[in-house]
Design a protein around this ligand. Structure first.
Ligand SMILES: [Zn+2]
Length: 141
């Protein structure tokens, strides 16, 4: 038999849940240098539950999706694999975000994200007065 089960097909064609949660993770925890597959799986499962889905994912499946998107900079720890959030990784995440037109939740603060600000500047959407100012035209230090 050559036909794939529908669920597996849907998962491999729509791995955006993992990507979306990875995007939200790097904006919610901008100082983190790594991100555990187990933490991402937890986020994906929370979203699936909120969406009323009965399916769940595992850290292993999260790893497969990340690998399929070319995220291979990972390390094995005693709690499982972690994705290394290097500059390259963050840049790639943003490229995929734009390629697939993925919009993170509005509650995610992207104002301080170098890659999001850079992109907004390119299309002329950079918000005014993003720099710290004392209101007298001087830059606060
Ligand atoms: Zn960003």
């Amino acid at each position: 038999m050559n036909s794939k089960p529908l669920v597996e097909t849907a998962f491999t064609e729509l791995p955006d849940g993992t990507l979306l949660d990875t995007i939200e993770y790097i904006h919610q925890y901008p100082a983190d240098s790594t991100c555990g597959y187990i933490d991402l799986a937890h986020l994906v499962n929370l979203r699936l539950m909120c969406d009323g889905e009965s399916s769940t994912t595992s850290p292993h499946q999260v790893g497969r999706v990340l690998t399929s998107f070319g995220f291979i900079d990972r390390k094995r720890t005693n709690t499982g694999y972690i994705l290394v959030l290097s500059r390259d990784t963050r840049e790639r995440i943003h490229k995929l975000m734009r390629r697939y037109a993925i919009e993170p939740d509005n509650s995610v603060n992207r104002d301080t994200c170098y890659f999001c600000i850079g992109w907004h500047k390119q299309i002329g959407l950079v918000p005014q007065n993003t720099s710290q100012s004392d209101g007298m035209g001087r830059q606060a230090k």
